[in-house]
Design a protein around this ligand. Sequence first.
Ligand code: KE4
Length: 430
Amino acid sequence: MKIDNSNLFFSKAQKLIPGGVNSPVRACKSVGCDPLFVKKAAGSKIIDVDNNEFIDFVCSWGPMILGHNHPKVVTAIQQALENGTSYGAPTPLEIELAEMVINAFPAMDKVRFVSSGTEATMSAIRLARGYTGKKVVVKFDGCYHGHADSFLVQAGSGVITLGIPGSPGVPDDIVKNTISIPYNDFETLEKTLADESLEIACVIIEPVAGNMGVVPPTEGFLEKLRELTTEHNIVLIFDEVINGFRLAPGGAQSRFNIAPDMTCLGKIIGGGLPVGAYGGKKEIMSQIAPEGPVYQAGTLSGNPLAMAAGIATLQVLAEPGFYDRLEAKAESFAAELQKLADKYLPGETTLNRVGSMMTTFFNPGPVVDFKSAMKSDTERYGRFFREMLMRGIWLAPSQFEAAFISDAHSQEDLAQALEMTESSFKKIKK
Ligand code: KE4
């Protein structure tokens, strides 16, 4: 595969941008190769600067559930563009997207738009601290909520991909107010939340974890979390930046029928443009400036182009049969994938899937939390990643991320991906 132009761009980028990338996981460090630079994308395909074409299972880390450059999204952005790009003043588009989000998430009375998932979660925990007057945040090992200081403790995604324990630059007196406990560990959860001396303001969780690879909640875990946070007056925040509009129109909370006190969204609601959001019960949201004293702001919050892209995306998602179609496609793909794993790598892999997000762990399993996920053979994943890339399949450059199926993945794409998986499995067989 010719990658001369990517190599040229990468060496140039490294002189100007740290690591040559604007987000660490894109550097492909953990999968033993240099990143390919993208020229364009459409539908299920990505084309790099050397005109190599790939079937894309990263989907921009989740947002591209419709596939790239969906015509309705492109048209919506073009129409918004004719009116300008940013005003720093409210627009009717923000009301339209807020209505769509609140209709889909009944646990939200009000929502605030921001420009990234990190901004959403960072603001949500500040609000929870302001609302409760308490300071400790509880998170779960392997869950990633963006790169705000309070979250860089036993985080997932790029933090574990790069094998960094937390991050330099985060002062100890910030870290000491974050407690990270094992995901799916009922006993530790019960003990931690019952300890009133901890003054816990909130618990934040990815209801279906995607950032240690896909790890679903154990039966009853989310229910127990809801019960305990209610009992101990702790704000329960569902970080649905990945799960929201991915696992169902109402995200994980509708799939598992749990009502959190606050929800964070991102990715899909921006249709590929920068949007994040946080929302919840009005008695909590009323504490946010200018209605209340807890400050949060953003120059490009509610950006009209991003709002238009989000509205168009959610309109397509609302079309009858969308999620049934996506679910069926993902289920049959995963079943075939499992058969290949059983045939070529028996007992050496674990496939975790919820809806159209999934991870093949090179790990005998079960993979139920950060500790078990970390037993994965990341070197072998790297070999698998490179074999698939050479065969035209674009996977996440990390064992600890999710693969996504989009509405744009055709049966031919999925058949091709399975065929390439088979030949890649054969290649990496011990
Ligand atoms: P952003 O700030 O990257 O928009 O969102 C942070 C975030 C918050 N919550 C969850 C559950 C997330 O998954 C993320 C970001 N996800 C990663 C990949 N899993 C973004 C990819 C990257 O960092 O380049």
